[in-house]
Design a protein around this ligand. Structure first.
Ligand SMILES: Cc1cc2nc3c(=O)[nH]c(=O)nc-3n(C[C@H](O)[C@H](O)[C@H](O)COP(=O)(O)OP(=O)(O)OC[C@H]3O[C@@H](n4cnc5c(N)ncnc54)[C@H](O)[C@@H]3O)c2cc1C
Length: 284
């Protein structure tokens, strides 16, 4: 197996295009496990961690740009990003352990396309846009369009996700992400839910977006338009829980049954909404 460590995005794209079956390597916390188990045996791995533009977080007039190879630890250490996007950053802070977070990248989490990837529902709720570069040039797509099934993405051969754009936050906005795991450490989610809210002057919800994870072949956007105009009373929260359970298409496995996952994702959506709401009130 070849190993290449290009210094630019163009070199990385060229390397991926010239070696059939080459795979991108970021932190390796998914890919190396797949190599060791024999689940993947690429002819080459193209290490993107030495490409400077993929390793930085920057704040612009339009929001935040997070390089795809930025690690979870770098994300949770970034104070301005944590203030603006507490849900996205808490999702990154739930990945594995301190050691895993030192390697695990945002791009790797999304592009590994695990249904249970923690940051994807949070990025979906944030309306994050993925910037992609490949042999055909540049394109941008909403994060929910990357995973198409377990381990499968819409990325064409040779394409690399280079960054994620998080839009600028209006005042009184916040997000939250919650997941349930069967143990206290180092497990993947039975269900996860992320909620991003913006409040109007009078405290009613002016904008809402909900992402759910681990309850379908890919993380999903939930239609949460019924939250707009409300202050999250009990009836609205019950409707949110019901909508999350109804949208879920979970599997039965050792971590939980279909019924359990439907119930849990509803409870998590409700709780995440309440946390985001309180945070948004505090962000006036
Ligand atoms: C002990 C342990 C615990 C874990 N716990 C969690 C957890 O709690 N929650 C969770 O969500 N995940 C968890 N994971 C999975 C993993 O850590 C994350 O998915 C991580 O974010 C992957 O990032 P990476 O940089 O290591 O990706 P890599 O392993 O380098 O890559 C993963 C996949 O994405 C592709 N890829 C990577 N970057 C790009 C890019 N920029 N463009 C295109 N393709 C790309 C690679 O080719 C590969 O197919 C855990 C893993 C381990 C080993």
């Amino acid at each position: 197996m070849q190993y290449q460590s290009p210094a630019s995005i163009d070199e990385a794209v060229a390397a991926l295009a010239s070696i059939g079956g080459a795979r991108v390597l970021a932190g390796g916390t998914d890919l190396l496990v797949q190599l060791r188990s024999g689940a993947a045996s690429p002819a080459a791995v193209i290490d993107i961690k030495n490409i400077a533009g993929l390793r930085t977080i920057s704040e612009t007039a339009d929001g935040f740009r997070i390089g795809a190879a930025v690690s979870g630890a770098e994300i949770t250490d970034h104070e301005a990003l944590v203030r603006a996007w507490p849900g996205v950053t808490e999702a990154a802070g739930l990945i594995g352990s301190t050691q895993v977070q030192g390697r695990a990248s945002l791009g790797g989490n999304v592009c590994n396309a695990s249904p249970a990837a923690d940051t994807t529902p949070a990025l979906i709720a944030a309306r994050a846009i993925a910037e992609i570069v490949g042999p055909g040039g540049k394109r941008s797509i909403p994060v929910e369009q990357i995973a198409t099934g377990p381990g499968k993405t819409s990325l064409a051969s040779g394409e690399i996700v280079v960054s994620f754009l998080l839009p600028k936050r209006p005042a009184s906005s916040a997000d939250a992400y919650l997941r349930l795991i069967p143990r206290t450490e180092m497990d993947i989610a039975v269900a996860g839910a992320a909620v991003s809210l913006t409040l109007a002057e009078d405290g009613t919800i002016a904008d809402a977006r909900v992402g759910i994870g681990a309850v379908a072949p890919t993380p999903l956007v939930l239609d949460a338009s019924f939250l707009v105009g409300t202050t999250l009373d009990e009836a609205v929260l019950a409707k949110l829980a019901e909508a999350a359970g109804a949208a879920a298409r979970p599997i039965d496995d050792k971590r939980g049954t279909i019924d359990y996952r439907r119930k849990v994702v509803g409870v998590l959506a409700k709780r995440a909404a309440l946390i985001a709401y309180e945070r948004a009130k505090g962000a006036r």
